[in-house]
Write a protein that binds this ligand. Structure first.
Ligand code: G6P
Length: 608
């Protein structure tokens, strides 16, 4: 939530900052601002609303002039979205300016202390407190590293903070704790950003900063200090993401582009972990067969769509590997003092690797002594760095707030881990295992063929535009995919929708079915298809309009039938989710919504 950028080099900073923020807008977009130093003074420009408004205000980056600056795009936590609350924030003389992503939990206490010391506050933000705290210690020590070290000692919460000092025009200082921040360098320029896409077109040489590590950026140089102000060396990493994957590439929206990337993402993730023909989790993930054999159970925690992948994984893994699996919402798991056993494997699933609740759940599992495995898309992210082992999904940068390709890549991770468990624990025969592995390899082509029929879904969306309520029902893996289809619809079309385990409908929700309510049935699981068909029929007889997604014609009375290519039922979510993503996408477009940046949401939820 919130994105920060910084630049120092030989070029004008403002256009580079605006370009960086454009790539970070998915992290928040209710206001934005930049601060640029011309060598003498720091000028701040802020605007409420989307980045385009700030862009206009700066004459498309013509002002403020100067080659060193920081910028911010906001998802409001403390203080409503307004120009006053927008970042950057400054001290009263405008000589210290900062941007911040995260939450300073004890900001009220620190604010009161600063007020007693004579400071005045104008905004409602915790960031103004952070800025003035740095100001207080800079006035005391005249040393930016010392000032930031004291800031670290005084605050609780999460932050990625970048600070400029007017009397140090060729430097930017930064620090982070539990909020992401990367540093990029070239020979003559330096960058900082919340995420890789913001700097990908300028450099691929990056440093992943550690919690509490203080950074000083100069042109082409990054220096790192510990809290005692002692410098240390750090090795840069190379980013191999393709620049084009972070651009729209001719598609109207990132979401549509990312939906179309799914066959490739599935193929890439499969081939990476099956390079030698078989599933190899030891080489790339560090998960050994002897460990797989020893676990007495698996606990999965995640948020949002990643949680929905966890639900699929629970079904697939329990059925295939006959190991007890429990899937939990990370935000609930962490607060209920869960009963855990060291012999269990803890799996956290997260695209960004930064979701605050998922990270906290991981830390809890580690504290309790469980082996931890993360399924993460962003290399260098906090979850990836803290988990004992990481399965990196090969989705590339995902920009649209509503996840699609990362979800699909996470499903592949779920299948590969489940299959390996099944093989090692002897719950499938070699023949069954080989057949399942071969079937996995057909998924990219099957997903591609669903995409080829997208017009059919577009037409369906245009017919359904006036619906007030949409229900998605299914059982088992079909239910899991309904959860995701319903969330996609809500997120971007703003239509009311619910996903229900089909058997639960008659325990209350069926009272909501009225004349022509849309009920969508997912019908790919052979053991339960007939049951779900009966549940659909129960809604149809009460006036519902039923649409089905299935491998073949299983419900004659459905108002609309969509067929997805048949695959093994374990992997059905991978093909069924595609038309549901498209359905949400087209409804969002038809309703004139901002598809890639739906209201009130942010892609990376780094606050609790
Ligand atoms: C946000 C996003 C969702 C995502 C969830 C978890 O709510 O909008 O698309 O599923 O966070 O994010 P993660 O990065 O942990 O997968």
């Amino acid at each position: 939530m919130c994105g920060i950028v910084g630049y120092i080099g030989g070029r004008q900073a403002a256009p580079i900052l605006l370009d960086g923020l454009k790539h970070l807008e998915y992290r928040g977009y209710d206001s934005a601002g930049i601060a640029v130093s011309d060598g003498k003074r720091i000028e701040v420009v802020k605007a409420k609303g989307k980045l385009e408004i700030l862009r206009e205000k700066t004459g498309n980056g013509k002002t403020p002039a100067g080659c060193c600056g920081i910028g911010h795009t906001r998802w409001a936590t403390h203080g409503e979205p307004s120009e006053l609350n927008a970042h950057p924030h400054a001290n009263d003389s405008g000589t210290i300016v900062a941007v911040h992503n995260g939450i300073i939990e004890n900001y009220a206490e620190q604010k009161a202390k600063l007020q007693r010391r004579g400071y005045t506050f104008y905004s409602e933000t915790d960031t103004e407190v952070a800025t003035k705290l740095v100001d207080y210690y800079y006035a005391k020590y005249a040393d930016p590293v010392k000032a930031i070290a004291n800031f670290i000692l005084k605050v609780r919460g999460s932050y990625a903070l970048a600070v400029m000092f007017a009397d140090r025009p060729d430097e930017i200082y930064a620090v982070r704790k539990d909020s992401p921040m990367i540093i990029g360098v070239t020979e003559s320029e330096s960058f900082l950003a919340s995420d890789v896409p913001a700097i990908l077109s300028y450099t691929r040489t990056v440093y992943y900063t550690d919690n509490g590590e203080i950074v000083r950026l100069e042109k082409g140089k990054a220096a790192f200090y510990n809290i005692d102000g002692e410098p240390h060396e750090k090795q840069p990493s190379h980013i191999d993401w393709d620049v084009a994957t972070a651009e729209k590439g001719g598609f109207e929206h990132f979401m549509l582009k990312e939906i179309h990337e799914q066959p490739k993402v599935i193929a890439d993730t499969l081939s990476y972990f099956m390079g030698g023909g078989d599933i190899d989790l030891e080489k790339e993930v560090g998960l050994k067969d002897c460990e797989i054999a020893s676990y007495t159970g698996v606990i999965i925690a995640a948020c949002g769509s990643a949680y929905h992948v966890g639900v699929v994984m629970q079904y697939v893994m329990e059925k295939l590997a006959r190991v007890p699996v429990r899937v939990e919402l990370a935000s609930e798991f962490r607060y209920r003092d869960p009963i855990l056993d060291k012999s269990q494997l803890f799996i956290v699933i997260s695209q960004s690797g930064e979701t605050a609740d998922s990270l906290a759940a991981l830390r809890l599992a580690k504290e309790r002594g469980l082996d931890t495995l993360s399924v993460v898309n962003v290399v260098g992210s906090s979850i990836a760095r803290e988990a004992d082992k990481t399965f990196f999904t090969k989705a590339g940068p995902e920009i649209s707030v509503a996840t699609t390709k990362a979800y699909s890549a996470q499903l592949i991770a779920a299948y590969l881990v489940s299959l390996r468990f099944a093989k090692v624990r002897g719950t499938v025969t070699d023949k069954e295992y080989s057949a399942l592995v071969s079937e996995l390899k057909t998924l990219p082509a099957k997903v591609d063929s669903v995409l080829k029929n997208k017009d059919e879904i577009q037409r369906f969306a245009s017919e359904m535009i006036a619906k007030k309520d949409v229900f998605f029902i299914g059982r088992g893996i079909d239910y899991a995919v309904c959860l995701e289809g319903s969330l996609k619809l809500k997120e971007i079309s703003y239509m009311h929708s619910e996903a229900y385990a089909a058997g639960e409908l008659k325990h209350g929700t069926i009272s909501l079915i009225e004349d022509s309510t849309l009920v969508i049935g997912a019908l790919t699981q052979p053991e339960t298809v007939e049951k779900t068909v009966s549940n659909l029929e129960e809604t149809r007889t009460r006036g519902a309009y039923c649409a089905t997604f299935s491998f073949n014609d299983v419900y004659g009375k459905a108002g609309r039938k969509f067929f997805v290519p048949e695959t093994c039922p374990y992997f059905a979510a991978s093909v069924t989710v595609i038309p549901l993503q498209l359905f949400a996408y087209y409804l969002s477009v038809l309703r004139g919504n901002d598809v890639d940046k739906p209201r009130n949401l942010a892609k990376s939820v780094t606050v609790e």
